[in-house]
Design a binder for this molecule. Structure first.
Ligand code: NDP
Ligand code: GDR
Length: 370
């Protein structure tokens, strides 16, 4: 699905709604195939942007979350989202695509983003999350030096995990105390971004985003793992759900709301760092109660604790203070906790129904976990 680029910035616009030479902004997104990348792409396309996404090579297609907005590049005048192969571990690919695409805004969303997995592959996690951000910043810096395009703006996907064991409420001034290789790598990426802003005057922002979820959330994060199980249990495809620590608290928002904050940060006069959060926190157990209760099930009858899902060091309590984002950006979340859980359960019940059709027709094993 990744395509060769159309080098002309004025020749490839819109889904046929605007004139071919209409002025438009160009965004470059790393991590476009992820949860946030897909919502951000929709958001920017709606605003009239031309969106270029960097995708990494995979032995299977990894574009499921953006297939619905993909237009074959052979319809070049219609396709406003374009995909290119690159990798955060490959500096040359980053610089090459910057020079070719000439973006106005760069969103660095790519990451090995699973906290528990980062204990298993710490070296790789640091290479992508920390050094990957540095490679991209350096590519932006050298691209600006070579071209003089100093209006380019950079967004770094920071995380509430950086606060780690520092107690809530957490704001932009709260000290970091990371509790995983992932979180330590995000701290490095955060400070690289601050440093490139201070050293080279690059318009670079850190969004310190608290957990945000959606029906597109990866299936091994706890919220989606729960709502997938609720759907499958309700439809009779599964009976048990194995989880780890149920007492951890998270400030869970909706990913669709959070990508708007990313964009808002890059529209300000000056670059800065912002916490983005709902300011409301719930335990994993509370998530279970709402999700199972919504379809008339008792979570206690289905959930079993499996030690393998506990982490060597846990982050117990995250609850953001998003006053700066509210005041300066005018951002606020639209979807609350219960609405989020119900949205995810609704979608996953429908997904389980479709799976059931495949199981009944003999195309899928009922025990086959997604
Ligand atoms: P996902 O895990 O859904 O998506 C991660 C994206 O990064 C995918 O597109 C993935 O590609 C890509 N990627 C992974 N490794 C590489 C690499 N070496 N080179 C290029 N691309 C790579 O994450 P989210 O969308 O949930 O999160 C987006 C960003 O925000 C991440 O940086 C995450 O750490 C951060 N974040 C997320 C929060 C959340 O609650 N969702 C909260 C705070 C921060 P592929 O599809 O091929 O795997
Ligand atoms: P988190 O999200 O670590 O906060 O990182 P995750 O959903 O993985 O864990 C949240 C909490 O749930 C507990 N938990 C389990 N987690 C998973 N994945 N699987 C289980 O079976 C399970 N049982 C209990 C965890 O211990 C934890 O306390 C997410 C990612 O998106 C990061 O990239 C992002 O930076 C942060 O959110 C903010």
């Amino acid at each position: 699905m990744a395509s060769e680029i159309d080098n002309s910035r004025s020749g490839s616009t819109t889904n046929g709604e605007s004139p071919r030479c209409a002025p438009h902004k160009v965004a470059l997104i790393t991590g476009i195939t992820g949860q946030d990348g897909s919502y951000l792409t929709e958001f920017l396309l709606d605003k009239g942007y031309e969106v270029h996404g960097l995708i990494r090579r995979s032995s299977n297609f990894n574009t499921q979350r953006i297939n619905h907005i993909y237009i074959d590049p052979h319809n070049a005048h219609k396709a406003r989202m374009k995909l290119h192969y690159a990798d955060l571990t490959d500096a040359s690919s980053l610089r090459r695509w910057l020079d070719t695409i000439l973006p106005d805004e760069v969103y660095n969303l790519a990451a090995q983003s699973h906290v528990a997995v980062s204990f298993e592959i710490p070296d790789y996690t640091a290479d992508v999350v920390a050094t990957g951000a540095l490679r991209l910043l350096e590519a932006v810096r050298s691209h600006i030096a070579a071209t003089g395009r100093n209006h380019i703006r950079y967004y770094q996907a920071g995380s509430s995990e950086m606060f780690g064991s520092t107690p809530p409420p957490q704001s932009e001034t709260t000290p970091f105390h990371p509790r995983s290789p992932y979180a330590a790598s995000k701290c490095a990426a955060h400070w690289y971004t601050v440093n490139y802003r201070e050293a080279y005057g690059i318009f670079a922002c850190n969004g310190i985003l608290f957990n945000h979820e959606s029906p597109r959330r990866g299936e091994n994060f706890v919220t989606r793992k729960i709502t997938r199980a609720v759907g499958r249990i309700k439809i009779g495809l599964q009976s048990k759900l194995f989880l780890g620590n149920l007492q951890a608290s998270r400030d869970w928002g909706f990913a669709g709301d959070y990508v708007e904050a990313m964009w808002m940060m890059l529209q300000q006069e000056k670059p800065d760092d912002y916490v983005v959060a709902t300011e409301d926190s719930h335990t994993v157990e509370e998530f279970l109660q709402v999700a199972f209760g919504y379809v008339g099930l008792n979570w206690k009858a289905h959930v079993e604790i499996d030690k393998r899902y506990f982490r060597p060091t846990e982050v117990d309590n995250l609850k953001g203070d998003a006053s700066r984002a509210k005041k300066v950006l005018g951002w606020k979340p639209k979807v609350g906790f219960e609405q989020l859980v119900k949205m995810m359960v609704d979608e996953d019940v429908e997904l389980a129904k479709r799976e059931k059709v495949l199981v009944d027709a003999g195309y899928m094993d009922a025990q086959q976990q997604p």
